[in-house]
Design a protein around this ligand. Structure first.
Ligand code: DLL
Length: 438
């Protein structure tokens, strides 16, 4: 362990792998029993595969279990996957589903405790400790970012500023006045805030900021460099998802070479996204998680659709937990716009229910000068709408904007284009043009 490495729970974070795997197996068996006996959905899925809880005798046996996918959450919305009566649930979070209903995460008291633990480890891994001031600019609300960081920050004794996202000038003022040392937000918002600082001609010397913990959307090494240079801080990557717990599934340490997955709580696998077969360490594939300690909502082999590589080589920081590389992409078409998950199908469903529009559209995603993501939908008008003129087109564009905002909660731009101007697809339609250089 490097002498400066901070850890929240060294006993677990540095647990020898054989011991860690024993603990994982014991917890896996408990989770599988819980899922099988308490959640009819899982029982049915297990029965269909002809697998019983007693068949889990080793960690490798996890591959005998059925997968869970995002739509299983939707189909069992809101509480069908709960392994406990709703009275035991003390917190609900949610994120976008593929269409219509959101994905619900539910926590009992123990689950919140686990979340606080993994978040405290994650934040500590970046070098922060009890004396630090955390400016938490992740969104508060149903999104897991705000309250997840809040919980972990308080657990480790940091001073948490629950400022939430937005109002950039105020963020900069508070950062200076309250002496924030640690910025928590999406990487794109970190860049937007840097620009606000520069535009306000506020000198960097007036800030105590030392580090940032950024995640909830894909970003690159180039972006890390940009953030680190503009802010003169260390930037760390953190990963997580609502279905599993929220942020804190994995996080980088001082070495910044991959995110340690907190394996005593989450069992990770990499699979071939096409065949579903398990792949080994070092091979790129889809990340799959089984929760090991969650009680209210245990998750069995959840297919994240995130592509990455796992690395089990020992890390110079001393932690024994496997590291995942940056997310390299997704196996589905989910977009993350300003930290919010959006599926093109959600936008499509709005377009298809409105009159006077052709089912021809595409989505352009770009990152503006201000470093914030921008999503524009271009939709083809029918002849009828086109001849009714600009005002009628504006009205329908406004409706699309409002309805999409209602469903996904973010503002988008809409442009109504001339009939027949969108190229017809001859195979798979390419509906999304992501111009961000991630
Ligand atoms: O984004 C949880 C979170 C909050 C993570 C704050 C980190 C910080 P969801 O809204 O359910 O949860 O979105 C989960 O976001 O499957 C990935 O595709 C993507 N994602 C999250 N973190 C990263 C990251 C939160 N560091 C989905 N790099 C995941 C790339 C990320 N993608």
């Amino acid at each position: 362990m490097s002498s400066t490495e901070r850890m929240w729970n060294a006993e677990f974070e540095m647990m020898p792998r054989d011991q860690l795997q024993k603990l994982q197996l014991q917890r896996l068996k408990q989770t599988v029993e819980r899922a099988y006996y308490k959640v009819p959905f899982f029982r049915k899925a297990f029965d269909q595969k002809g697998v019983k809880p007693e068949d889990i005798k080793s960690l490798d046996d996890v591959s005998k279990l059925p997968f869970t996918i995002k739509n299983d959450f939707r189909d069992n919305y809101p509480f069908g996957l709960l392994a406990e009566p709703i009275e035991n649930v003390v917190r609900i979070h949610a994120s976008s589903g593929t269409t219509g209903k959101p994905i619900v995460g539910a926590y009992n008291r123990n689950d919140l405790d686990v979340w606080a633990e993994v978040m405290a480890r994650s934040i500590t891994g970046s070098g922060a400790s009890a004396g630090d001031v955390l400016q938490n600019a992740y969104g508060y609300g149903l999104f897991t970012g705000g309250l997840g960081f809040h919980l972990g920050g308080e657990r480790m004794g940091a001073t948490v500023i629950p400022i939430s996202g937005g109002l950039s000038k105020r963020q900069i003022m508070m950062m200076e006045d309250l002496g924030s040392t640690t910025l928590c937000c999406t990487p794109s918002y970190a860049l937007a805030l840097a620009e606000t600082m520069q535009e306000g001609q506020v000198s960097r010397d007036r800030f105590k900021l030392q580090r940032g913990i950024f995640g909830a959307e894909p970003w690159s090494e180039a972006m890390r460099k940009e953030i680190e240079e503009r802010w003169q801080i260390d930037a760390f990557n953190i990963y997580g998802l609502t279905e599993l717990i929220g942020p804190g599934v994995s996080c980088e340490c001082s070495q910044k070479v991959g995110m340690h997955i907190w394996e005593d709580h989450f069992l990770a696998e990499i699979i071939d996204p096409v065949t579903g077969e398990p792949l080994g360490y070092g091979q790129e594939g889809e990340l799959v998680f089984t929760s090991l300690t969650k009680e209210a909502l245990p998750v069995i082999r959840y297919r994240t659709r995130d592509r990455t590589v796992l690395n089990v080589e020992p890390c110079a920081c001393g932690r024994t937990h496997v590291r995942m590389e940056r997310i390299r992409g997704r196996t589905d078409d989910m977009l993350i716009i300003r930290g919010v998950n959006i599926f093109p199908s959600q936008i499509e469903s709005v377009i298809l229910t409105l009159p006077d529009l052709e089912p021809q559209y595409f989505i352009v995603v770009d990152r503006e000068k201000s470093n914030l993501d921008n999503l524009e939908v271009r939709v083809e008008a029918t002849e009828r709408l086109w001849i009714r003129g600009e005002e009628a087109r504006q009205a329908i564009a406004g409706r699309i904007r409002r309805e999409v905002q209602q469903i996904v909660g973010i503002s988008i731009d809409v442009k109504i284009v001339e009939p027949k101007s969108i190229q017809r697809s001859e195979g798979k339609a390419k509906r999304v043009f992501d111009l961000r250089e991630l």
